[in-house]
Design a protein around this ligand. Structure first.
Ligand SMILES: N[C@@H](CCC(=O)NCCCC(=O)O)C(=O)O
Length: 257
């Protein structure tokens, strides 16, 4: 049985502020290869290079990764303001239709931070550009300075819905997570189930209601120390099992064709 091929959604970036590249954090590839048991493939985020109908046939599942640029607010009917910061429209145009196709097909997806926000927007949610400005909310952004360990350190509890898929995955109703985001879900659509929240009420764990496949997505960064963290490891393992099942189903379909 071959390993599942996992598309890792990249980001458009200018190397040395002049050389266009498509990049993805190595931690994502490591978590896919060493914890989920998949073959990581970085997907260039430019709709001129890749199309949904090809990607869903080539990959068995997808990780929608974190990124500093934000989903463009016109994707959820809001006007862009200075608070929305930088955008990556190529990634918007690859990721959002790909998420919708995977949800419909039952193909496994795992959203992380920006990827969590993409899953939410693809399913009809809106975002707030700076949630710490909302009444009663905390600052969820990563520390502006310091080491990677300090930026990814555990920052808050996430309380999970009793009996929900996240609570069943970890066997508890509270987990400790890091936090490196400024945006967050403002209005959840009826397609999204908010299954975990931070102490200030910020949505932190979601899945797509009645979706046939794996759609667990988290606002924090489980790729950080995914091999040893007691919350991250089971999440990537569960995603890997779902992708392996998808790959097996594809192989059986080819054999019976
Ligand atoms: N841009 C979004 C998502 C944040 C995110 O994915 N952070 C990971 C990258 C951290 C960094 O390089 O800033 C938001 O701000 O909510």
């Amino acid at each position: 049985m071959r390993k599942p091929v996992i598309g890792i959604i990249g980001n458009h970036y200018l190397l040395n502020e002049e050389y266009p590249v498509h990049v993805a954090g190595t931690m994502n590839s490591a978590a896919v290869a060493h914890v989920a048991g998949g073959v990581p493939l970085i997907v260039p985020t430019d709709p001129d290079f890749v199309q949904t109908e090809d990607l869903v046939e080539i990959c068995d599942g997808f990780v929608f990764t974190g990124a500093r640029p934000n989903v463009h607010p016109e994707e959820y009917g809001h006007d862009a303001t200075e608070a929305h910061g930088a955008f990556d429209r190529g990634r918007d145009r690859v990721a959002l239709p790909l998420i919708r196709a995977c949800v419909e097909r039952g193909q496994p997806i795992l959203g992380i931070c920006r990827g969590f926000q993409e899953v939410a927007v693809a399913m009809g949610c809106s975002l707030h550009p700076e949630i710490r400005d909302l009444p009663g909310r905390d600052n969820h952004r990563m520390p502006p300075d310091g080491t990677l360990e300090e930026k990814f350190e555990m920052r808050h509890i996430v309380t999970l819905t009793e009996g929900g898929p996240f609570q069943q995955l970890w066997g508890k109703t509270q987990v400790l997570t890091n936090s490196l985001h400024g945006q967050g879900i403002l209005e959840a659509s009826d397609r999204i189930v908010v299954d975990g929240v931070a102490p200030d009420g910020t949505p932190e764990a979601i899945y797509v209601k009645d979706a046939p496949g794996f759609t667990l997505s988290v606002q924090w960064h489980p790729e950080w120390q995914a091999g040893i963290d007691p919350v991250s490891r089971p999440l990537f393992e569960a995603f890997g099992r779902a992708a392996q099942l998808w790959a097996a189903g594809c192989q059986m379909a080819r054999k019976s064709a």
